[in-house]
Design a binder for this molecule. Structure first.
Ligand code: HEC
Ligand SMILES: [Cu+2]
Length: 330
């Protein structure tokens, strides 16, 4: 009994590893990419299925050939063997890959043609996303959430302020690098409304895994209403608002901007209408008052490496007042 244990254990482990190897790419990373919700990701998904189909056909053919070689009694004649090698080893791969190349090339012009329509600029920073919309000739800044109108072509102008990042919204488009000093363009046309997860797909340092964002695709009229609201400054705080006062006196305003207040920092995310976003710190915490208080006290505890100083020396009541003030304006 005990002598057999290791082999069955090894077999089980092997089965587990094999299941992992087969399952992870299909059900993990690609789940979003294979449920496309935009024209560009549609094409990528189709290409994936064609490639996967071709690979499966080749795999089965090779297995059949291997089985045939194993069980046939006499060795094949030289000329037959030679023909097999030339056809199977050269002609079929060359024709197959050429066909796949010819089939995929027509997708490139669509992905790279200039689109008119909405342009949104996204700057990646360690480890969050600065988002710029245009509204009435002005730039409206937001962060960590992207909103798009459904059914319209959009150009995302991508850049980075520090290291190379990569923007990936699996359900909407392929990934694209964000390179310091350069602008890359990602074209997409979301087909339907919904929420789609996005993430940084290029290792960029300690908080890379916490560099996520949400894309909200909504009907055009609702998008317009949302953008017009984002463009407004927040209502001025009355002079006796503890939260507003603490936000300024504790130096938050040196890094953060809240339009409509004296806070005009540009180092961290713009916090105007913070409550309209669904998460805090690029997908790290949900947007609730409790979580905001926790974030202010110990950012590195929730997001190791985050480039915001901890404010655990403040009285809890002061953090609560700041959080309440930030969230009262959606
Ligand atoms: C030295 C600059 C700096 C100071 C000072 C600072 N922050 Fe930050 N803050 C940042 C940076 C950088 C981030 C982005 C962190 C990340 O997500 O990786 C951030 C993120 C945030 C977020 C999350 C924003 C979002 O879009 O999800 C909130 C809220 C916030 N800070 C509030 C505050 C408050 C309140 C104070 C004062 C008590 C403060 N910050 C002081 C730099 C600063
Ligand atoms: Cu990154």
């Amino acid at each position: 009994m005990s002598a057999r244990m290791p082999s069955s254990f090894a077999a089980r482990r092997f089965a587990g590893l094999a299941a992992l190897a087969a399952g992870v790419p299909v059900f993990g990373g690609c789940r979003g990419a294979l449920a496309p919700a935009a024209e560009s990701s549609d094409r990528i998904a189709i290409l994936f299925w064609i490639m996967a189909g071709a690979a499966a056909a080749i795999w089965i053919a090779v297995l059949l050939l291997a089985a045939y070689a194993r069980y046939r009694r006499r060795p094949p004649r030289r000329r037959v063997a030679m023909a097999l090698i030339v056809i199977g080893g050269a002609v079929v791969p060359v024709l197959g890959t050429a066909a796949l190349l010819v089939g995929s090339l027509p997708m490139l012009p669509w992905l790279h043609a200039p689109h008119e329509g909405l342009q949104i600029r996204i700057e990646a920073e360690r480890w969050w996303w600065r988002v710029h919309y245009r509204h009435d000739g002005r730039i409206i800044e937001s962060a960590n959430e992207l909103r798009l109108p459904a059914g319209e072509p959009v150009t995302l102008l991508l850049g980075s302020r520090d290291v190379i990042h990569s923007l990936w919204i699996p359900e909407l488009a392929g990934k694209l690098d964000m390179i310091p000093g350069r602008q890359t363009r990602l074209l997409l046309r979301p087909a339907r409304s919904g929420r789609f997860d996005g993430l940084c797909a290029e290792y960029c340092g300690s908080a890379h895994a916490h560099m996520r964002f949400t894309t909200v695709v909504m009907p055009r009229p609702r998008f317009d209403t949302w953008l017009a609201r984002q463009a407004t400054p927040r209502a001025p705080a009355s002079s006796d608002d503890d939260g507003a006062r603490a936000f300024l006196s504790r130096g938050c305003g040196g890094c953060h901007r809240v339009r409509g207040s004296a806070a005009d920092g540009r180092i961290g995310p713009d916090l105007t209408h913070l409550a309209s976003r669904s998460t805090l710190a690029a997908g790290t915490l949900p947007m609730t008052r409790r979580d905001l208080e926790r974030w202010i006290a110990r950012p590195q505890h929730y997001k190791p490496g985050a480039l915001m100083p901890a404010y655990d020396m403040l009285e809890p009541a002061e953090r609560r007042a700041i959080a309440a003030w930030l969230l009262e304006d959606a």
